[in-house]
Design a protein around this ligand. Structure first.
Ligand code: ADP
Ligand code: ZN
Length: 598
């Protein structure tokens, strides 16, 4: 059984060996067991159900919440000569009829379908007449009400157990903590599923978090290290995505905005350009990303904080699905901390839900401030352990400058206390700095003992300290919505000098300038020209077929070609990512370029 699975992996997909749990998942599915598959993005989940679909008699249903993703997957399968189709709201009545005709004629091995469509009585009735071999439920965490991506339609998917009795089901997701995992099993009514929980680590992604000091300059410095690379820049607001895209454009980048407020045509066009052209930066709200399958996204940058570790992990997980080096970069500052804290506190949710949101936010904020290996700390949140420091995160590469912050924290907390716990960050810092402005005089704060005791630091440094105090809970933000700073239970022991507080120094000047990198820079100089030429043929073929370039071959496959310079079919098919069908269809186009390039 596994022998035939391996044969398909080699011949159809062009890959030499299984990755991670793929082989065991496939065996379990072929034995008819329900399965739960947790793998990080880019882990190779699709093959877990695509290979059984090919090997088993009948049709495999793939439940997917995302229309764009379905279309891409079906297009990619067609290039491999695998019979696949999708059913969703974009199809005309005629096209649907055609899909059903092919289904009944046994001409389809994989049918992608949206959950709401699948559960319609008519669809169920038609599908029940067919032989269904397997049901794969992608993005299974959408069933979790406590997760971050809940979808009403997913809740009803439990019914599939009765509607298709005896058909093995496979739930797949890239994000799930232990509780969400159990919720998936329960809600989907999986029957004693075989569980495959992969490591959540994405070793090729380098994590970096910076204090927000001069965000534009910081972003520019980051992007200048990735010229020519495709990436996503996430912002909080629609307006900010537009102004940032415009500014990046002026700075010489190809940058396009994306948010739910743009009209559908513009949105589709920007997404299309991002997916189909090389080196486009999309500046987006979180409305963008779900359903983008582009494997060669080289970086994900956050100009504003996401709302939880789960969201962060998922959003940054869109980088580097192809396994090549990728970058997750984030800046955050006092304002983000205050805003998000207040947003949670003043939301209309139930107390239990608020508590849950607060916990999630605190975990993220705490993670931003860690002073140990950032990857280890990220994985720990998902219940995964890393034995050694990773050597590929900001902290491992350049440990933060930590100092004893007890005294400055005391000054700041005293200033909050002496001004009556009624003022926000700006005013409290003005008092510390000894600024004699209108508001300070009006409240008589220029006569307080704390007035001017913080002149040795500047405003940015005080904001950095304040941010850290709020994150560790030494100061609270008033939940009424005015943003007044207040003492907490843990403030007094610190004021009395009973506890000590390590703080980090955030200094813009300290951030080291790194050498500029270009796409393909990990290749030897003499191979870059060939790599570029190969990318050009790929783009030409992709445009002719109206598919994204990566559907033809991944960058990693082209890089291998540039290094190995295969001269014939035999040498070409030895390269990972080149299967039988693609060899026959496109092999000669690439071989020609290789022989023509000196
Ligand atoms: P996921 O759905 O888990 O995010 P995908 O199924 O999209 O991941 O796979 C990510 C990429 O890895 C795809 O381009 C896929 O072709 C590739 N891939 C999957 N399995 C293997 C393998 N065994 N060897 C090499 N590449 C693989
Ligand atoms: Zn590390």
């Amino acid at each position: 059984m596994t022998a035939s699975a391996l044969k398909i992996l080699n011949e159809v997909f062009g890959y030499h060996e299984f990755r991670g749990d793929q082989e065991s998942v496939i065996s379990a599915a072929l034995e008819g067991r329900d399965t739960l598959v947790l793998q990080p993005t880019g882990g190779g989940k699709s093959i877990c159900y695509q290979i059984p679909a090919i090997l088993l008699d009948g049709v495999t249903l793939v439940v997917s919440p995302l229309i764009a993703l379905m279309q891409d997957q079906v297009a990619a399968l067609k290039l491999l000569d695998i019979d696949a189709a999708y059913l969703n709201s974009t199809l005309s009545v005629f096209e649907q009829g055609e899909v059903y005709r092919r289904l009944t004629g046994g001409e389809i091995k994989l049918l992608y379908v949206a959950p709401e469509r699948l559960l319609q009585a008519e669809t169920v009735a038609r599908l029940q007449k067919l032989s269904i071999s397997l049901i794969a439920i992608d993005e299974a965490h959408c069933v979790s009400q406590w997760g971050h991506d809940f979808r009403e339609d997913y809740l009803s998917l439990g019914r599939l157990a009765e509607l298709f009795p005896g058909v093995p089901r496979m739930a797949l997701t890239a994000t799930a903590t232990a509780d969400v995992r159990e919720e998936i099993v329960a809600q989907l009514q999986l029957n004693d599923p075989a569980r495959f929980v992969a490591r959540f680590d994405r070793p090729n992604i380098r994590y970096e978090v910076q204090a927000k000091l001069d965000p534009k300059r910081q972003l520019l410095r980051f992007l200048s290290e990735h010229r020519g690379a495709a990436g996503i820049v996430y912002c909080m607001s629609r307006k900010k995505t537009e102004s940032t895209a415009e500014w990046l454009h002026k700075e010489g980048f190809i940058a396009l905005p994306y948010h739910a407020g743009l009209d559908a045509v513009t949105r589709a066009d920007h997404q299309h350009q991002f997916v189909n052209n090389d080196g486009v930066i999309i500046v987006a709200t979180i409305a963008f990303g779900m359903g983008i399958d582009k494997p060669d996204v080289r970086f994900v940058a956050h100009l504003d904080l996401p709302k939880s570790m789960e969201s962060y992990y998922q959003e940054t997980g869109r980088a580097g699905r192809d396994g090549e080096p990728a970058f997750a970069w984030l800046v955050y500052g006092l304002q983000d901390v205050l805003r998000l804290r207040q947003m949670v506190d003043s939301s209309p949710s139930s107390d239990a839900r608020k508590q849950n949101e607060r916990r999630k936010l605190d975990a993220l904020l705490g993670w931003c401030e860690v002073t140990e290996c950032r990857r280890r700390s990220l994985l720990a949140y998902f219940g995964d352990e890393l034995a050694d420091d990773c050597g590929n995160c900001d902290i491992c590469l350049s440990p933060p400058d930590v100092f004893d912050g007890t005294e400055v924290a005391q000054k700041l907390i005293s200033a909050v206390y002496r001004t009556g716990q009624r003022f926000g960050a700006v005013h409290v810092i003005d008092v510390l700095l000894g600024k004699e402005n209108e508001k300070v005089r009006q409240h008589g704060h220029d006569r307080l003992s704390v007035f001017g005791i913080g002149k040795d630091l500047d405003q940015k440094q005080w904001r950095s300290i304040l941010r850290q105090l709020v994150v560790v809970g030494l100061l609270k933000v008033d939940s009424e919505g005015y943003g007044a700073l207040q003492l907490s239970e843990s403030s007094r022991p610190l004021l009395r000098g009973e506890t000590h507080l390590p703080l980090r120094r955030d200094l813009l000047a300290k951030q080291k300038v790194r050498a500029t990198k270009r796409q393909g820079a990990d290749l030897a100089d003499e191979d870059i020209a060939l790599f570029d030429a190969l990318r050009d043929v790929r783009k030409k073929l992709a445009d002719e077929l109206d598919v994204p370039p990566y559907v033809i071959f991944h960058d990693a496959t082209l890089k291998q070609m540039a290094v190995d310079k295969p001269k014939n079919d035999g040498a070409l098919i030895a390269i990972s990512g080149v299967g039988q069908t693609k060899l026959e269809r496109y092999g000669s186009a690439f071989l020609e370029v290789i022989s023509a390039t000196p």
